[in-house]
Design a binder for this molecule. Sequence first.
Ligand code: 5GP
Length: 199
Amino acid sequence: MKHDSQNIMVVLSSPSGVGKTTITKKLQQKHSSFKLSVSHTTRLPRSNEVNGVDYHFVSENEFKDLIKQDAFYEYAKIFGNFYGTHKKKINESIQKNDIIFDIDWQGTKQLSKFKNLSLLKIYLVPSSKKDLKKRLVDRNQNSHKEIEMRFNSFDEDIQHWNDYDFILINKNLEYCFSQIEKIILNHKDNITIASRIFQ
Ligand code: 5GP
């Protein structure tokens, strides 16, 4: 991957339902230099999602063709659907912008293999499993079965927290956002932050 520019790449991962999509969107809105990496997925669009904005929605055959063409930096099967980061789009975007990746731990591991990349990896956790269940139910995006599948993936997901540079507990969205903002802006200015875990 070409990454000659001074722009940074921020990876944000979490178990499903912790609030990372809200945070990545907020970052992009507040800091215009940050662009969200728009992944390809075989998942069906939700009613509020726009093709090309939230995801590039493709069929499973199209996705598999892209895998064969080696078009992805990383991809993973998550909750029965494929998700992947398209190389060409990222290569173009990093020349002009900082990039935020909203990807899971499997994708983060794959991206980390590109040693020439300066990735800032942040992992978000909920304050409790009870809180996570409530968030998954309250956001009203998934069927009962999907909520169970997402909730049950928590124990596996959380085991990968140590692959990340910073770990934040999302007790309060505004506070958590301000911490992430601080970490990212300091990283951009090459300022080292001593602590790794933020509550
Ligand atoms: P959702 O279906 O809720 O939009 O996303 C499900 C999970 O897929 C989330 O954890 C999200 O971070 C992850 N995800 C989204 N895009 C990608 C991607 O391109 N690659 C990987 N590995 N994970 C992704």
